[in-house]
Write a protein that binds this ligand. Structure first.
Ligand code: MG
Ligand code: ZN
Length: 374
């Protein structure tokens, strides 16, 4: 026993050198032309597919006759999604990384791991006089949109998050969760009325539909698409495409200082949690049509940077052997999020900055770089 133990040790020695942790080198990106954008972006459209990993995209692709709008993007990268306290992130921590550029704890919204508020791209754009907008298929107080407007330690503070919409003048706002604004438990405020008093044109699903609303380009616009969570695309929800397109056109006309628009395909994630591949594919393919439409907008406009990414993957989805075009054998590995890197697609001025492998916080920094903010 003793001898073989020694032998094992001897055999391990050559590998010990390899296994030694090296002194951590400063990870500096290579100094190339890619670090300075050739041309500044005036407008940014950031599209976030919640839970949209490579398999969600591939499932959409191979359920759609091998064609996606995403294939038209000239630059792609990969981002690392881990949170500060957990390798497996959530939409709060990952949204905060993208929106505010800081790694934080799972569940935290717009604050660093020290709970200190971190300024979001939306707030910074607003402060710089740009027009700002947000269109989501979740409630407006869900984690992803919240990371762009609120600063609270927990994503569960939904009524506090709703109040944050009064502190920031997002010019074009479309999403669900009206009840957190108008039927509040923690106070008697009517935040929809308060938005109106601030000069917003406020409307909702009980009064109109998104393609039918008339817009005053100079006034801010808020539209609630549901009392709680909006329904599924498979169950007749259809506003994401017209609202996103309307948002881009509205923001371009709202002022001449450029705009920042965030669009979220929120429910790709929910399909993953439900382990429902047809739900995932339907939500993703809708999102891909929105991507195509906003890409066309950017091609015509010429000054718009379009970024498409995810906050994390959901479900550990696989496309199994035996799959055929438009007839996939998919399988989920979990009903939670997973830790794999997620893709980034970029088009427009500054798009070249998004090649490579980097942390999710880099998306924030590279968007600022593309806009010439740093
Ligand atoms: Mg989300
Ligand atoms: Zn999720």
């Amino acid at each position: 026993m003793r001898i073989s133990f020694v032998w094992i040790l001897i055999l391990l020695i050559p590998f010990a050198g390899i296994a030694q942790p090296k002194a951590k080198k400063e990870k500096k990106p290579l100094e190339t032309a890619l670090n300075t954008p050739a041309r500044r972006a005036k407008n940014v459209i950031l599209l976030i597919g919640d839970g949209m990993g490579l398999t969600q995209i591939s499932s959409g692709l191979y359920n759609n006759n091998n064609a996606l709008s995403l294939e038209r993007f000239p630059f792609t990268g990969l981002q690392k999604t881990h949170a500060s306290d957990d390798l497996i992130t959530d939409s709060a921590a990952a949204g905060t990384a993208i929106a505010c550029g800081v790694k934080t704890k799972v569940g935290a919204i717009g604050v660093g791991k020290d709970n200190k508020p971190a300024r979001s791209l939306m707030e910074e754009a607003e402060a710089k006089g740009m027009a700002t907008g947000m269109v989501v298929t979740s409630s407006l107080v869900d984690a992803t949109p919240s990371a762009f407007v609120a600063h609270v330690p927990s994503r569960d503070q939904k009524e506090d998050i709703a109040k944050s919409y009064l502190n920031i003048d997002i010019d074009f706002l479309v999403g669900g969760g009206k009840e957190y604004f108008t039927q509040r438990k923690s106070d008697d405020r009517d935040l929809a009325r308060e938005l109106q008093e601030k000069g917003y044109v406020v409307s909702d699903y009980t009064e109109s539909e998104i393609p039918k609303v008339t817009l005053d380009l100079k006034k801010n616009f808020a539209f609630f698409t549901a009392e709680e969570d909006p329904g599924k695309f498979q169950e007749s929800r259809s506003y994401l495409l017209p609202a996103s397109r309307l948002g881009a056109v509205f923001l371009k006309g709202h002022n001449d200082k450029g705009f920042f628009l965030m669009v979220e395909g929120s429910q790709i994630d929910w399909g993953g949690h439900a382990n429902d591949a047809s739900y995932v594919v339907a939500e993703f393919l809708e999102f891909d049509r929105v991507i195509g439409s906003l890409l066309e907008f950017a091609m015509e406009d010429g000054e718009t940077l379009v970024i498409v990414t995810a906050d994390h993957e959901t479900g550990g989805l696989a496309i199994n052997p035996g799959s055929q075009m438009n007839n996939l054998l998919t399988e989920f590995n979990t009903n939670s999020h997973t830790g794999i890197m997620v893709p980034v697609f970029a088009y427009g001025p500054g798009a070249e900055l998004f090649s490579g492998i980097y942390d999710n916080t880099e998306i924030n920094r590279r968007i600022k770089k593309a806009l010439g903010w740093e």
